[in-house]
Design a protein around this ligand. Structure first.
Ligand SMILES: NC(=O)C1=CN([C@@H]2O[C@H](COP(=O)(O)OP(=O)(O)OC[C@H]3O[C@@H](n4cnc5c(N)ncnc54)[C@H](OP(=O)(O)O)[C@@H]3O)[C@@H](O)[C@H]2O)C=CC1
Ligand SMILES: O=C(O)C(=O)[C@@H](O)[C@H](O)C(=O)CO
Length: 277
């Protein structure tokens, strides 16, 4: 499977990860363990998903060695004060039942509260203490990333953003690439909205004898982005993991670029204004 080496944190990410929003409880644990046994090596959780325990249990239940798995969680904005942030990272580690987490992200910049630099310094400390191996952010815009670099000198390893054919985010991706930040895509399948019925994508899928989700995830991979599709069943998990086998043409890429919509977000969550605590 293709690898996307990140910056100085030294983490190596696989081409596709597993989203876990709404995977909870015993079914969630089974879905996570099944995904690992099918070949997934990157799991995306968050304090807000209330499933770090489920994800950790899935890691322990699978046959895959712990050190081969990149387990991710995210810090919610209500814990951005330094002491809260460090205690929350410790709680995340404890909830997973693992020795450490591999990647920990600030979930949203929440710029009106102006606490994300303080939270970032806490994540730097958490990394120094060995609680997490690598640190990054999610939903950060260039102005937020510029501040982290200017005020702490530490550039995030990862920026996890909404990205799918209706909202392809070329400027943010270019910024991330120019600064050595790996872009991960959340809701890469548009959370199974009408995009999965898009006639243009369906046409490309027919040309490649593939499904629309495979075309979409192959597009992410081709653009150097790590998509994090959430899927429960083995069939969908396998399909998504293997999507990179589809070799899109330059014409396909141009056609998909034409699907971008000015209001293409799946919800009203512009990180310049949106707050999630
Ligand atoms: N950082 C952030 O702010 C955010 C991060 N995320 C992360 O990104 C992950 C993915 O985003 P999410 O919002 O879950 O949405 P996705 O775009 O991953 O879509 C998930 C939906 O697509 C369905 N699906 C998955 N694979 C297929 C397939 N091959 N064919 C048909 N349908 C399919 C799933 O079905 P089923 O339910 O049957 O599995 C589910 O209904 C999250 O789980 C979370 O980890 C998400 C939102 C915000
Ligand atoms: O799922 C996440 O990671 C989020 O950040 C949430 O905002 C999610 O996108 C959502 O829809 C909450 O209503």
């Amino acid at each position: 499977m293709a690898q996307h080496p990140t910056n100085a944190d030294g983490l190596t990410l696989p081409a596709v990860g597993l989203g876990t929003y709404r995977l909870r409880g015993r079914d969630g644990t089974r879905a996570v363990a099944q995904a690992l046994d099918l070949g997934y090596r990157l799991l995306d959780s968050a304090v807000s998903y209330q499933n770090e325990g489920t994800v950790g249990a899935g890691v322990r239940a699978s046959a895959v060695p712990r050190e081969d798995v990149v387990v991710t969680s995210k810090l919610p904005g209500r814990y951005y004060a330094r002491a809260d942030a460090l205690a929350t990272v410790e709680e995340s580690v404890a909830r997973t039942g693992l020795d450490h987490l591999d990647l920990y992200l600030l979930h949203w910049p929440n710029p009106a509260r102006d606490q994300y630099v303080e939270a970032w310094t806490a994540l730097i400390e958490a990394r120094e203490r060995g609680l997490v191996r690598a640190i990054g952010v999610s939903n950060f815009l260039p102005e937020h990333l510029d501040r982290l670099a200017a005020e702490t000198g530490v550039v995030p390893a990862v920026n996890q953003i909404e990205m799918h054919p209706y909202f392809p985010q070329p400027e943010q991706r270019a910024y991330d690439a120019a600064h050595g930040i790996v872009t991960q895509a959340w809701s890469p399948l548009g959370r199974a909205n009408e995009m999965l019925e898009d006639p243009v994508l369906a046409g490309i899928a027919r040309d490649h004898d593939a499904t629309v989700p495979e075309i979409i995830l192959a597009w992410h991979t081709r653009l150097g982005v790590v998509p994090l599709p959430k899927a429960s069943s083995a069939d969908r998990q396998r399909q998504n993991l293997e999507a990179g086998r589809v070799a899109l043409t330059e014409t396909d890429l141009d056609t998909i670029a034409g699907l971008a919509r000015p209001d293409g977000r799946i919800a009203d969550q512009d990180p310049a204004r949106y707050e999630e605590l």
